[in-house]
Design a binder for this molecule. Structure first.
Ligand SMILES: [Zn+2]
Length: 621
């Protein structure tokens, strides 16, 4: 008994070690920033001391930063992208044609020098030595006089000045809803260096990747403003909004705000004189803040309801996807539809309650698939957006709609959107870099919908319980790190004992689609055909003439394993018979039956992403 326990323990240890990449390393940042804001001219001066730890196996002769505000200038890569993509983001363009015959103009193209965004570095030193640097678009390249050695922590000091652009996307001044300052991508941000190399993507409006670290941010701003930000406010008694008994201290009309955040990779803030702050605590101990414009009674009511539901959201996600590890989360009204940052989100606020809760749940779900697992959104956009949308959907049905036990396929709408995409001719392999999609339509559907299909269909392959276990195991292994889809696949393989190489390759690197059919049914046999070049395991539900039912399970040989019997309500009381496996080189398969079938169904749970489902059912006439 004891010996057995030791072997099991060693086996678990070995699995844990194997699941992470051997030799895995990641860089570390510690930012201390001080900004002096001139809110009348939408400008600010920034001071940064950044401690950058090189945990890589290389010396670094150069380092890079992102200067995102530079994208909001006529002639930038973002401007050209807007002018040339077939279906530009409506928020970022103006229709100067007619409704029937639209002609879209990039809003960036017409920005005046007073309206553009910029970040200008005035002074930069590394370990006390001045460093030479150059700027190309949104990338700052720094050449060091001495390379940063392995395991060295370099001190980078920088002074910069910036102008906040007109609100176009994510960041900006005076948003449509009237928020004065939405400050995302506002500081020179250390670029990501990992075992794939430097990630130096220009900002063309897609998303982000950065090293984990700590932030200590001090903001000097007009004392009448209220600030919402990442992390935890250190001096609530000296500033407006957070503490009823606060004694606002100011100098030259400016209050000083200090926020600290630990182990995040993006820091956001927003400010407005009309902001109000509310807060509540989840059972799990997360303090959730809402910072918004209370424009009318309905808006106030919606935000109060949303705050209370958000506490439930964090408890739901904690138990299903791993505990939220930070002490705070701030839901801040900002200029954009919705975007996730470390322990905070900026969202638009004048929404109906369903939409407001939906966007909050989505952005807060990114606390797992983005902030906690630092997924590279420029490379693995579907892993980030798809898995986030998956969590959002589950939480929404559970917490908002109070559905309780979720149906066998809770994300059927994502499947429908994916089928439409697959049949549109616009699909590209979803392993494509996020920036490069020909259309926003394909990017959006692949990242958000096909990514969800990948997750739910994985549950179909390895079993619903194994999917649940995979999520929790993945959390233990990869929180505060930078996992790739392959890391998730490896955890799923180890949890389930099923080989998944074929599934991840075909579903992410190709646009192949799945299409099975019931070919013919006799009194003794059911003939199945794989009409596609994508083989999958099959669940087949058969109803016999005598009214009895049987579930057949045909594993795929490449799986080298089977999923356990699943406890789905639709299969309640039905015996499962596991058949001999099928393999992809053979398009045909026959099931022998001893009773006369009257009804046959391929995957009644609808988790198999079969793009042509009319031939998935047989009913004897
Ligand atoms: Zn998202």
């Amino acid at each position: 008994m004891k010996r057995f326990a030791i072997i099991t323990f060693l086996a678990i240890l070995a699995t844990v070690a194997n699941a992470q990449r051997p030799g895995y390393w990641q860089q570390h940042v510690d930012y201390k920033m001080d900004v002096e804001v001139d809110e009348n001219n939408y400008k600010y001066q920034g001071d940064m001391v950044l401690k950058y730890t090189n945990n890589s196996n290389k010396e670094l002769p150069k380092i890079y930063f992102h200067l995102y505000f530079n994208a909001f200038q006529p002639g930038s890569m973002m401007d050209y992208r807007l002018s040339n993509i077939k279906d530009p983001d409506a928020r970022m363009t103006t229709n100067i044609g007619t409704k029937e015959n639209p002609k879209y103009q990039s809003r960036i193209a017409v920005l005046t020098p007073e309206q553009i965004g910029y970040q200008k570095v005035n002074k930069l030193s590394v370990n006390g030595q001045p460093a030479s640097f150059k700027v190309d678009g949104t990338i700052l390249e720094v050449t060091l006089s001495q390379p940063i050695k392995r395991e060295e922590t370099a001190t980078i000091e920088m002074q910069w000045e910036a102008q906040v652009p007109e609100q176009i996307r994510r960041s900006g001044r005076n948003s449509k809803e009237g928020v004065a300052l939405s400050m995302a991508q506002w500081y020179p941000k250390m670029a990501q260096f990992d075992d794939f190399g430097w990630h130096l993507d220009e900002y063309v409006a897609r998303e982000f990747i950065a090293p984990f670290g700590n932030f200590d941010v001090t903001i000097h701003l007009n004392k009448d403003y209220v600030v919402g930000a990442s992390g935890k406010l250190q001096n609530p008694t000296q500033v407006k909004g957070y503490d009823r008994k606060a004694k606002i201290t100011s100098q030259n009309g400016k209050a000083t705000w200090n926020f600290k955040a630990e182990n995040i990779h993006d820091f956001v803030w927003a400010a407005d004189p009309k902001f109000v702050v509310d807060s509540a605590k989840s059972n799990g101990g997360v303090t959730i803040y809402t910072v918004f414009l209370p424009t009318n009674k309905q808006v106030k009511e919606n935000w109060a309801t949303a705050l209370s539901l958000s506490t439930e959201f964090f408890d739901f996600c904690g138990s299903h996807f791993g505990a939220y590890p930070w002490s705070t989360y701030s839901i801040i009204q900002g200029g954009d539809g919705g975007m996730e940052y470390g322990t905070a989100t900026l969202i638009t606020g004048g929404r109906d309650i369903k939409s407001l809760v939906g966007v909050i749940f989505h952005e807060a779900a990114h606390s797992w698939y983005q902030q906690l697992f630092g997924i590279n959104e420029t490379v693995d956009e579907w892993f980030d957006e798809g898995f986030t949308s998956y969590i959002e959907e589950l939480a929404f049905q559970n917490v908002f709609e109070k559905k309780g036990a979720l149906e066998s396929n809770p994300v059927i709408n994502a499947y429908r959107a994916y089928y439409k995409l697959a049949l549109s001719g616009k699909e590209e392999p979803m392993s494509l870099l996020a920036d490069y999609y020909d259309t926003n339509y394909a990017y959006g559907n692949e990242a958000y919908n096909k990514g969800q299909v990948l997750a739910e269909q994985l549950g179909y392959i390895i079993g619903k319980d194994n999917l649940q276990k995979t999520f929790l195991r993945f959390y233990e292994l990869w929180k505060f790190k930078h996992p790739t889809p392959n890391d998730f696949k490896r955890v799923a393989e180890e949890v389930s004992g099923v080989n998944l190489k074929w599934y991840f390759n075909l579903f992410t690197n190709t646009t192949r689609t799945i299409d099975y059919a019931i070919d013919r049914v006799t009194d003794t046999e059911i003939h199945l055909t794989n009409k596609s070049n994508f083989a999958m395991p099959l669940d087949i539900l058969v109803e016999y003439e005598d009214g009895s039912k049987e579930l057949f399970y045909i594993p795929l040989r490449e799986m080298r394993g089977e999923k356990p019997v699943e406890n789905l309500s639709i299969y309640q009381g039905i015996e499962r018979t596991t058949l001999e496996d099928w393999f992809w080189t053979n398009p045909n398969y026959a099931i022998k039956v001893t009773k006369k079938p009257v009804k046959v169904q391929i995957d009644p749970s609808l988790r198999l992403a079969d793009i042509e489902s009319t031939d998935n059912n047989y009913n004897k006439k």
